[in-house]
Design a protein around this ligand. Sequence first.
Ligand code: PMP
Length: 412
Amino acid sequence: MQMTKPDAMAFDPAEIKKLFPIFSSHPQLRYLDNAATTQCPAAVIQAVDLHECQSRANISRGIYPLAEEATEAYHQARNMLAQYLGAQDASEIIFTSGTTGAINLLANAYAVDLKEGDEILLSLVEHHSNLLPWQILSRRTGVKLRFLPLTADGRIDMRSLHRLVTERCRLVAVTHASNVTGAVTELGPLIDAAHSVDAAVLLDGAQMAQHGPLDINALGVDFYALSGHKMFGPTGIGLLWGRRDLLEKLAPPFGGGGMVHRVTIDSFEPAELPARLEPGTPPIAQAVGLAAAAAWLMELDLKAVESHLYHLTGRLLDGLNNFPGIKLIGPSDLYQRLSLVSLDLAKVHPHDLSQIFADRGIAVRGGHHCAEPLMRFFGLMGTTRVSLALYNDETDIDALLLAIEEAQRILI
Ligand code: PMP
């Protein structure tokens, strides 16, 4: 998908950085592992802290004021996330433990309904979180998994879409943006093809969610999964958004307190959405923190952030292109990718390279990034991944490029 080229705007990452306590306790840290986890601004940490200090109680059941306060805070958190996603109906937001939790929830719910012969279409670029839940479902039900192939630079190749989206296809589940190549998925043809055979579309939004609010209805998908810790929020929280009519059709795959109207010893009547899909005590303080992260993101000048990230990614790509022996993974066009870059340094294992970076205070990720089929496609054991966020600046990029120069001297 081609992103629009934003106008260059002034942006001061130094000011943003001050809002993140981690950089006060680690002043030398060059944190370039934002695709794994972003850091938390003080606003998020304080929201969680305040909730735990002043409003902590279990939700929905107690009728004393503190319980009502906690229930209201959880309810308001859901409303804020609905706003972030552009969902009109907050009960379409199901809080989960993260993207992995959301996709497993959906896969388990689909397992009740699907039968042998049905098909689910994935792609070869998927994170294991959007592959293994469907493999497990396939083993349980006999559902067939099919895979969209990739172009040479690792984008989902839409040319075989019409052959692969058959009348038996019930769900197309792909990533919104790859955690390895940074490529943003072209959605239009995919959604049209899926809907033409009444298949639903799930997007794995783990990497996209940190880039600002969505207009979920305009996207045209049916389900969306994301993780709080990748959008400046707490760990242990994420969500599954679904179109209300589809969520209502899902049989709750997991049971427990809080998700029922009536229970006998041999049956139960599930509650309304969203409670029916959220059994047990939910991550209440984490939801409050995630809502604070969404609110914080919505306050930013996101055009300026985008322009800053494109500038840094361009500087990084230009710098890397000057090194002999470095292969860049993913689209060469800056505007087809997010602010993350995977690279392969010939003859050097990504762990060795990451260690050289770590010794210089630079945090990056080396390995298969939970995308082994994709690594096999590229014929690699792993890559070294540099992923940027709004608090990074040119000095981070330059330090990384210098470290690569040193790595080439030491390791090759
Ligand atoms: N999908 C993608 C594209 C990811 O990058 C990740 C995290 N690396 C996940 C899914 C899983 O997210 P989580 O571990 O937060 O559930």
